[in-house]
Write a protein that binds this ligand. Sequence first.
Ligand SMILES: [Zn+2]
Ligand SMILES: [Zn+2]
Length: 153
Amino acid sequence: MHARNSFEDAANEPQHEHPNTIVLDFAKRFPDRLQLLVDHWRDAPGQVVDGYAFFLLYCWHGKHRDPATFERWKQPGQERSPFADAPEIRDLVAASLAAIGGQAGWVRMLGRRDYCECGQTSKLENLSVCVDCGRHWCWECSGTRCRGHEVVG
Ligand SMILES: [Zn+2]
Ligand SMILES: [Zn+2]
């Protein structure tokens, strides 16, 4: 067998997964996805999340970002995630928000419509999302579904 040339070596380097794919990989536990995001940001700083991945991460971070806010929004028995203080996660969230157009972009995103699992459509601002399984819930359904999972937004 002939030796690999440098072109083949380059092709064998690990490919970076897009951070959207990491956020939305519901087969993995959410803390494991957050660790992958930290690693990814260290390897490829500046690569941001958008769309639904951003919605999920921004809602989650908004709840966990500081102890006082978390106390207000936590579900019974829930603990604040240490990843909320990771500088990589904070930077990823801030850069992603800037990339969608800051607060104006966020407000536009909240005005989009999507489906609850019950079939009702609602603006994103009235939908919650489960960080563990990715299901969306409207206000009427939220809190009654996804027991044992973390629903944010
Ligand atoms: Zn769930
Ligand atoms: Zn519903």
